[in-house]
Design a protein around this ligand. Structure first.
Ligand code: GLN
Length: 191
């Protein structure tokens, strides 16, 4: 089980640690050759989606990454990662990987707001801790997308095939729960 964590910018170390804690091999993806090794899954971390998108292009990683995800490689995307996967953004004309039929609102509570902690039901996992930081949320989902969690009537987690998209940061709450990373690892195992 080898999972690549995109390590260009943002909160990637915490994902690497969470996956290693669960016994998975986690490798940092920093340049094109890192993407060319056999991987069972990919994590797109939180951070700043505009910067991440720009770096993916500059490093020649954008198209190969998009192709892998479109072909079904499991992906766990958190926050900025969620924005990278969205097929549509309500308040930004610049799209990125656009592999998931969801409409996402960036900085949905305003740039400085939208940072809070709560606990809410997540799919079959029951309640999980959720840390939100300048959070986006999902405005609407297209055909075939399963909604996994909502907070205050806003969708904050969804799944499309093996693309798991979260508005919050499970990597920051690993001390409380590793449930979401375990769920993602189970998606990577079930080929
Ligand atoms: N608001 C950020 C963006 O647009 C995402 C915030 C986050 O990843 N914590 O990229």
């Amino acid at each position: 089980m080898k999972i690549g964590v995109l390590a260009l910018q943002g909160a990637f170390i915490e994902h690497v640690q969470a996956l290693r804690q669960l016994g998975a091999e986690a490798v940092e993806l920093r340049q094109l050759p890192d993407l060319e090794q056999p991987l069972d899954g990919i994590v797109l971390p939180g951070g700043e989606s505009t910067v991440q998108g720009k770096l993916l292009h500059e490093l020649g990683m954008f198209a190969p990454l998009q192709k892998k995800i479109a072909q079904g490689l499991p992906v766990l995307a958190t926050c900025a990662g969620m924005i990278l996967l969205a097929e549509k953004l309500t308040n930004d004309s610049k799209l990125h990987l656009a592999t998931m039929p969801i409409t996402v609102k960036r900085n949905a509570y305003g740039r400085q707001l939208g940072s809070f902690f709560t606990e809410a039901e997540f799919g079959k996992l029951g309640k999980v801790p959720m840390t939100f930081i300048r959070t986006p949320y999902i405005d609407s989902v297209g055909d075939g997308v399963e909604v996994l969690a909502a907070v205050d009537e806003h969708i904050v987690a969804a799944q499309y095939g093996k693309q798991l998209d979260l508005a919050f940061h499970p990597e920051l709450d690993v001390a409380k729960s590793t449930g979401i990373h375990e769920y993602f690892v189970s998606l990577c195992v079930a080929k």
